[in-house]
Design a protein around this ligand. Structure first.
Ligand code: GDP
Ligand code: IMO
Ligand code: MG
Length: 427
């Protein structure tokens, strides 16, 4: 019963989509366990490029069953348009399974997300504006709407009315917005019910039966470790648990079932939205990483903040996720730098600190301590094995591995499926 978790080891956009798609051909199920359409996963297959937001990246592998687990928040209009977009391109999406316990991102959740951000002003989080935070808060507040509620009009109406009672007070009295009519929301949501029905099922049962039948299941995280609501750079985080434990709660599998946890790790660092980022670059190196790496958000089109590799963060990701492997991505982007700085520790108030400080104030003051590694200039995009890499690229990878605390089992040298060096098999 091999069950693998694949998750982001930094602040998201590490290349999870590509890694999942690569493994998709050998796994039976790919399960999203948290987040929603705040995610943007780019998958390149041959000359075709796909941008996935809500659908698991396994959807592009014909033998694989994609599953949206109970821990995901689902915007039905986004899901349906993503499905029809793929169908138009000839992708069969009929195997998709959607948990009846997944929560629905309602139109009022999207409104509240945008209004809250606007009112936070300078202190805003820089959310994707997709209603993620407000939907998870409704879930925790026990006023959320679940996929299964779409199939009981009376329950749905009661729940939407209850949720809007308080929200309309806030929208009208605090934010000076118009009240949202419950009837309109109910009508819109009911309009999605029939189209979604064929996919809705008890995904927990399906996944656990699959594991009992020795099927291979891959749990695909959205976002990344440092965006985790518990373990990330709070409050500049998303509202779910992308870390490994999230796979258990967000898909309904016990921790004893997980056999491997793979951290996707970019060979440098990026971040979208606000919050601390010790190795962020504001110079031409940062600009070059952004340009060469194509670091522009798939979901919101925002430029990603770029910086050098941060080994303190990688070690932290190893620890909080119990990582068994890393998949190092975008090594090719670093080709051409004579010297490559790598952050090995922080300096905080004059003291050297080796591990991520637990105090938010300390982290905001952390200055990177760099070691500089020699770069390479040879094109590495055609490399098929570790020994094909120039010596300095090999040494860069080995140094990162040593600092990060888990073996690097694959290396991305380009966006395509086949632009990957496999070192240890994941299955
Ligand atoms: P995700 O959110 O973790 O799935 O990552 P994104 O798709 O948002 O961002 C990663 C970007 O890097 C995408 O455009 C990928 O096509 C691209 N990518 C992934 N792996 C590699 C790699 O090894 N080399 C290069 N050059 N691009 C890569
Ligand atoms: P993938 O799966 C990078 C960031 C947002 C913001 C914070 C909270 O493509 O790696 P939210 O809308 O989730 O409430 O925003 O989290 N964020 C991401 N950054 N990649 C993502 O997803 C992200 N999803 C959310 O920019 O800072
Ligand atoms: Mg992304």
């Amino acid at each position: 019963m091999p069950a693998l978790v694949l998750l982001g080891a930094q602040w998201g956009d590490e290349g999870k989509g590509k890694a999942t798609d690569l493994l998709g051909g050998s796994v039976d199920y790919v399960v999203r366990y948290q987040g929603g359409n705040n995610a943007g996963h780019t998958v390149v297959v041959g000359d075709q490029k796909y941008a996935l937001h809500l659908l698991p990246s396994g959807i592009l592998s014909p033998g694989c069953t994609p599953v949206i687990g109970n821990g995901v928040v689902v915007d039905p209009s986004v899901l349906l348009s993503e499905l029809s977009g793929l169908n138009e391109r000839g992708v069969d999406t009929s195997k998709l399974l959607l948990s009846g316990n997944a929560h629905i991102i309602t139109p009022y959740n999207v409104t509240v997300d945008k209004v809250t951000e606007r009112f936070l002003g300078k202190r805003k989080i820089g959310t994707t504006g997709r209603g993620i935070g407000p939907t998870y808060s409704d879930k925790i507040n026990r006023v959320g709407i679940r996929v299964q509620d779409l199939y009981d009009e009376s329950i749905l109406t009661q729940k939407v009315e209850a949720a809007l009672d308080a929200k309309n007070q806030i929208l009208t009295k605090l934010y000076n917005r118009r009240a949202i009519a419950a009837g309109q929301v109910v009508e819109e949501l009911l309009g999605y019910a029939e189209q979604l029905k064929p996919y809705v099922t008890d995904t927990v049962l399906v996944i656990n039966q699959a594991l009992e039948d020795d099927k291979v299941v891959l749990f695909e995280g959205g976002q990344g470790t440092l965006l985790d609501i518990d373990h990330g750079t709070y409050p500049f985080v998303t509202s779910s648990n992308p870390t490994a434990g999230g796979a258990c709660t967000g898909a309904g599998v016990g921790p004893t079932k997980i056999s491997r946890v793979i951290g996707i790790l970019k060979a440098y660092t990026t971040r979208v939205g606000a919050g601390p980022f010790p190795t962020e670059l504001f110079d031409e190196d940062g600009e070059a990483l952004r340009r060469i790496g194509g670091e522009r958000g798939v979901t919101t089109g925002r430029d990603r903040r770029c910086g050098w590799f941060d080994a303190v963060i990688a070690r932290y990701a190893t620890r909080v996720n119990g990582l068994t492997d890393f998949f190092l991505t975008k090594l090719d982007v670093l080709t051409g730098w004579e010297q490559i700085p790598v952050c090995v520790a922080y300096e905080i108030d004059g003291k050297r600190v080796e591990e991520l400080p637990y105090s938010q104030s300390d982290f905001h003051h952390a200055k990177p301590v760099y070691e500089t590694l020699p770069g390479w200039s040879e094109d590495i995009t055609k490399a098929k094995s570790f020994s094909d890499l120039p010596k300095n690229a090999q040494n860069y990878v080995k140094a990162l591995e040593e600092m990060s605390g888990a073996p690097i089992s694959a290396i991305g040298v380009g966006p395509g499926r086949d632009e990957t060096i496999e070192i240890n098999s994941f299955l």
